[in-house]
Design a protein. Structure first.
Length: 466
């Protein structure tokens, strides 16, 4: 699909009409007969009039995205090649069309996509400002779609060294610095927590570090750390078969970091941004790490392993230590991870759990998420849950001794690897729910959604406007 921004009427094959507040202005009789009410995401095609009507109800940017997503799906079910739409909210229209147009066809033998469609978005005046909003929205939405492609790719086609290669590719396209560290480096620098998780896999673990530096002196330093489990079988604490399906999505946090880094250089923000990914495969075998093992992380803390399926936190612990050792004077450090099933149980499939020591920063992250159409909510830490991670034989245990509050206890585990000076700068995002849903929702498709990308980019945009 191609998008064009215009300010004069153009001749397109078909017109998309966004129906606001259920107020139908033309073709009233036929639309009534066809029982079109103009409800949100409701579409109808009048072939003779060459119009697609799409309901929007109350006009706000989220509803415009949903309407445009529904409209492009309707257009895709036809052979019309071009469409025009009058819409002032350029950002929402662009994102709605691009995100709604996504489909994952890599493994389909027949190419189901036909000729490329062109959509003309008509506004009052195409000026510099409008053009830049248009470009930025395209950058963000195409980065989200790139992440969806990565996450949907199967574990046999996307393993740690492929993730590293993808990072190198993104870096060279966007003029970023990219370092890839292998297991020898992990061993030498004491990252034995991360190393242990990948030990039984035939794919060697990789630590990936991307850096963006703005042309002017950076006003802030922001770090994104991603869980890149290219597959999570659970390890020796093996997942039941039904729960193992979809665990290719355990690389969603790391993939979101790739998406953020892919977009950042085009957004022209005065921030130095780092993207760090622990790319690892959690498998079983004679060399697998075991429940009962005690691992030593990069910061010297010892971890009693009681469940090898709580592996994400082991990888992130070392990656967080790496980030804080290597990057000085951090302003914000985020981690993004499909960390716990408990988070999905607690807040539902569509919502990200936001945790940290600074309630203010957590609220800012939630606000940015809601601003750009992602769902997020805070989950507060407390000292009683912290105590449930105590180990009798090591400094900390990788699972809690209670089955309650699993998303928070996982967050509290990570907190043990945050240095004192960064305590209030750290924000943990548990994206286990929204990263991968096995049915479509709004402008998100079945499977990977690219959760985390838009909210983190929005957080930086909001920070810049403060
Ligand atoms: N990758 C899973 C979490 C997950 C579950 C992500 C469902 C997406 C959907 C994680 O590594 C895991 O297995 N966590 C365990 C932790 C438990 C052993 C304390 C879980 O949530 O059950
Ligand atoms: Zn696991
Ligand atoms: Zn996992």
């Amino acid at each position: 699909m191609k998008l064009k921004l215009i300010d004069k009427k153009t001749k397109a094959d078909i017109q998309i009409v966004i129906v606001e507040n259920k107020k139908i202005k033309q073709n009233k009789q036929i639309l009534k007969t066809l029982k079109f009410k103009g409800e949100l995401e409701e579409t109808i095609l009048l072939p003779e009039a060459q119009i697609i009507y799409v309901g929007c109800e109350e006009v706000n940017s989220e509803n415009i995205k949903l309407a445009c997503s529904a409209a492009i799906k309707k257009l895709n079910s036809t052979d019309f090649k071009s469409a025009s739409v009058v819409c002032d909210d350029v950002d929402a229209a662009v994102q709605g069309f691009i995100l709604g147009d996504y489909s994952f066809t890599k493994y389909k033998s027949e190419d189901s996509k036909d000729i490329e469609k062109t959509i003309y978005i008509q506004i009052d005046k195409v000026n510099k400002k409008a053009q830049s909003i248009f470009d930025e929205a395209q950058t963000i939405a195409t980065s989200v779609n790139m992440v969806r492609d990565i996450v949907n790719t199967t574990p046999d086609d996307f393993y740690p060294s492929i993730m590293a290669a993808k990072a190198v590719e993104i870096a060279s396209k966007n003029k970023l610095k990219c370092e890839v560290y292998d297991e020898e480096y992990l061993d030498k620098t004491g990252m034995h927590s991360m190393l242990a998780v990948g030990r039984a896999s035939r794919h060697k673990s990789k630590l990936i570090h991307l850096t963006y530096k703005p042309k002017i002196k950076a006003k802030k330093k922001i770090v994104f750390v991603g869980k890149g489990l290219t597959y999570d079988s659970g390890g020796l604490s093996l997942k039941p078969s039904d729960f193992m399906v979809s665990m290719k999505s355990d690389k969603s946090g790391g993939s979101a970091v790739l998406g953020i880094m892919n977009a950042i250089s085009k957004l022209d923000l005065p921030f130095e941004v780092h993207g760090i990914i622990g790319a690892v495969e959690n498998m079983i075998g004679g060399d697998a790490y075991k429940p009962d093992d005690v691992l030593t992380a990069r910061n010297g803390k010892t971890i009693e392993v009681r469940n090898t399926d709580a592996e994400g936190r082991l990888v992130l612990a070392d990656c967080l230590c790496y980030a804080q050792d290597e990057i000085k004077d951090i302003d914000y450090i985020f981690d993004l991870a499909t960390l716990t099933g408990a988070c999905v149980v607690g807040v539902g499939q569509y919502t990200t759990g936001v945790m940290g020591n600074s309630i203010m920063s957590c609220h800012h992250a939630v606000k940015s998420a809601l601003n750009c159409g992602e769902l997020a909510t805070t989950l507060p830490f407390n000292r009683y849950l912290k105590k449930t991670l105590k180990s009798e034989i090591a400094d900390i245990c990788n699972i809690s001794n209670t089955r309650y509050g699993g998303a928070i206890t996982a967050g509290l585990f990570l907190n043990e690897f945050i240095k004192d000076e960064n305590k209030d700068k750290w924000i943990h995002l548990d994206i286990a729910g929204p990263a991968y849903v096995e049915k479509s929702w709004g402008y998100n498709p079945h499977g990977a959604s690219g959760a985390g990308v838009r909210m983190c980019l929005q957080f930086m945009k909001d920070l810049n406007n403060k």
